[in-house]
Ligand binder design. Sequence first.
Ligand code: NAI
Ligand code: MG
Length: 359
Amino acid sequence: MQHYHIAVLPGDGIGQEVITESVQTLEVLAQLHGGFRLDTHEFDWGSDYYLREGAMMPADGPTILKQSGFDGILLGPVGDPRVPDHITLWGLLLPIRQQFDQYVNLRPIRLLPGVRSPLANKGLADIDMICVRENTEGEYAGVGGRVHQGTNDEVAIQSTVFTRSGTVRIIRYAFQYAREHGRRKVTSATKSNSLQYNMVFWDEVFAQVAADYPEIPHEQQLIDSLAARFVSRPESLDVIVCSNLFGDILSDLGAALAGSMGLAPSANLNPERRYPSLFQAIHGSAPDIAGKGIANPIASIWSAQLMLDFFGEHEAATLLMRAIEDVLTARQALTPDLGGTATTHQLGDGIRTQLRTLA
Ligand code: NAI
Ligand code: MG
């Protein structure tokens, strides 16, 4: 029997509330399915840790995660009104993504049954895409600096870094994904009209890689009009490959189209499995609702589902997705973001009850 070791980092704000539901759901699924076991080890890294220790995680945090032999990481959001956002993000999430070479950020954008999109007249078949976001370089490479701070001579520079190897591998991943999952088309998000160096380079690599996948139609579109197309013709989109910043923005837009920030999952993958991959909801720590017990746990539970799928536990992953869809279809025990009055825990329980019914 497969035995998975999972690192759990609940993070900040609503993190603990939603991550608890993912862990409980995985445990129930493992019991019911019987084909695998898992154990979890929780780390209290995040903003409280920062306020206590002066850092978001221990200096050797990634080494601890690597040497403990974890198969996967479940991460809650990080972000706290008491700590500047660039400290929380650069103190935990971005270093893990970079050091674990999690260069693929996979973000399904799918309208689930029972959920209403804010787009009038768009149904399940219309909103079903996957965003393949570059996750280790680009606009979030972290290269830059500030000089003469606070003076009139102040200069702030944030450089974008595109490497050939990094660009080839993310675009290749998108085409490979399309091939393996029977997707219709790959769309590249670009901005090569204004960004005449890095995005022209991106377009060239896109064309070169596309040539290896002659059976998969491909196209590129400028990011601004692509954002408009998300809203006006989402049915015309399928696999979208984008740089770090563009993917970050497009996927929140996609989450809104799919009905709620509380429904959008993501996988941060090191496809070669040299390092553990990380699974997290795309939403933030939602300080406006933190502590109220009303956050939607589905994004987090769906992220755990993506982890099972990555492990190759396809049967269990399919079962879990089915349970999520059934609960949404029944429209019982939904959280306020979906128009219901249920708590985070009640929605999580609803999914676990449905799992027991299906198994
Ligand atoms: P946010 O995603 O936390 O919140 C945006 C809106 O969506 C809020 O109204 C919130 O209540 C709602 N929302 C988010 N998740 C929800 C859920 N599960 N159920 C129901 N409603 C939900 O984004 P915001 O406000 O821009 O950022 C808040 C903090 O989170 C900041 O400190 C930011 O830096 C951090 N953040 C962290 C991320 C991460 O760790 N992956 C990602 C995005 C933001
Ligand atoms: Mg984001």
